[in-house]
Every structure is written in structure tokens, then in C-alpha cells.
Design a protein around this ligand. Sequence first.
Ligand SMILES: Nc1nc2c(ncn2[C@@H]2O[C@H](COP(=O)(O)OP(=O)(O)OP(=O)(O)O)[C@@H](O)[C@H]2O)c(=O)[nH]1
Ligand SMILES: [Mg+2]
Length: 252
Amino acid sequence: MLLLRPTATRPAVSPGPRRPPVDLEIIVPARDEEGRLPATLEALSNLLVARPWSSAVVVVDNDSVDETSQACRTRGRPAIATYVIGCSDHGKGAAVRRGLATSTSRYTGFVDADNATPVGHLDQAMDLLAQGWDAVIGSRLVEGSRPPPRQSALRQGGSWLFHRTAHRLLPGIADSQCGFKFFDGALVRSVLPRCRIDGFSFDVELLSLIARAGGRIAEIPVDWSDMPGSTFSARRDGLRSMADLYRISLGR
Ligand SMILES: Nc1nc2c(ncn2[C@@H]2O[C@H](COP(=O)(O)OP(=O)(O)OP(=O)(O)O)[C@@H](O)[C@H]2O)c(=O)[nH]1
Ligand SMILES: [Mg+2]
């Protein structure tokens, strides 16, 4: 049951220096990703340079204690404009929101730094956005996707509980948590001021607000892989994610 109530809006995100508008901007949240990020940027750049749309990649680095930002800058001469920006709030949700809010592109979205969802799925996402869908989200739990591999019992149990609870907030969406989501830029920017979840559950809040705004969400099967080097801790982030779902259900 959708229990979101109208909430006070956050102060508007300071736009900061605007990046030149392009057809598609891809946000990559990155915390301590000096190891996993370069290959992902390479894969994105190789795909995007061969597409007819103009595009840019925006890495949002907060909380890193390694050389994440440096890893982006020393990646040779990227064929696609690549920006690195920061975010004063902590968490993946805060970072993604910062990237989306500072974008002026027609379409925007985000992928994880671990390249767990092959970037080739972007072609289908762009096709669907061009057909009028407002959000296209990768899914590991719909027919045609590669089933996620078995993880630790704690992670599996937590994930089951999370999806069960998220499903009540987002009926009709099987997998709210895949790090591969693309949006109509104007629509997603219009709901961002009402988002307040900074951690891993932010997708549930964002998709709920898009649905409430009348946005049509397409869930597409993806060939997701479990990449080594996850930053997600089942204990620390799992508990917080459940608490954040509760906050979302209360509309706080
Ligand atoms: N900027 C920023 N990015 C973050 C933060 N926490 C996680 N991320 C990024 O969020 C993305 C997803 O994180 P992962 O560590 O792959 O975790 P996950 O995909 O939820 O879980 P796995 O299925 O175990 O991979 C990665 O690009 C991370 O770098 C954060 O606090 N700040
Ligand atoms: Mg991951």
C-alpha cells in the first residue's frame, strides 16, 4: 500500500556550474572505486562514442578515501565528456540525486561503478524513453533476466525482506534496487526536491514519487553479474535500508 504523504520539500539543490546540455547524461555514484571505475568508464565511453546521441558521464564522488577522482582524470583522453563532482551529503542516494539535480540533459540516469549491468542495455533504455516511457529500470527479477547468483544467507534473507517491503510501496515493480535506471530528465528533476533518502533505499522513494507524478515505468530484464568489491554491508547498510523503507512508508 502506498502510504507516502506530502512532505516538506528540501531546500533546492544549488545548481553549481551547469554542464553543457546533451541528449543523455549518465551519473556514476562512486565511493572508493579507484579499482572498479576505470573499466566502467571505458565501457561507457566505447558505447557512447558509437551512438548518435550526444552524451556525458558524471562521476559523483563523496566519502571516498582512495583515489577515485584521480582514477577518472587519468584515464587517457576520454572520447566522451567526463566530469567528476562532489556531494556534501553522504551516501549513494545523495550522490545520485546530486548528479541528477545538476543535469540539464533531455534524458538522464545512473549506473553503478562496478559495471554489474552491461552498458549495452542502454540501447533498449534509450529506445523506450524515446517511445515515451518516463523511467526505464534494469531488473534482475523479471522474465528474461539472468537470475542473481546465490549470496550469503544474511544478504539473501535481508534482500528477500527488503524486496517484500519495497513491493508494498511500489506495487508492480519486481526489482527496485538494480543500479541501472534512466529517466526523462524533466520529470525526474521535478520530483527530486521531495526526495530525502540518502542511502541505498533511495531508488524506492524516487520511483514512488515518479509513479505518483503519473510517470510510466518500464522494467527491463538485464544480465546482471555479481561483481567483486561490493561496498554494501549487509549489516550496516541492510539495517539502514530497512529503516529508510519505514521512513518512506511514513512519508517522512
Ligand atoms: N558517491 C557514493 N557512491 C556510493 C556510496 N555508497 C555506494 N556508492 C556507489 O553505489 C554503487 C553501488 O554500490 P555497490 O558497492 O556496487 O553495492 P550494490 O550494487 O548495492 O551491492 P552489490 O550487489 O553487492 O554490488 C557503486 O557505484 C558505489 O561506488 C556513497 O556513499 N557515495
Ligand atoms: Mg554493485
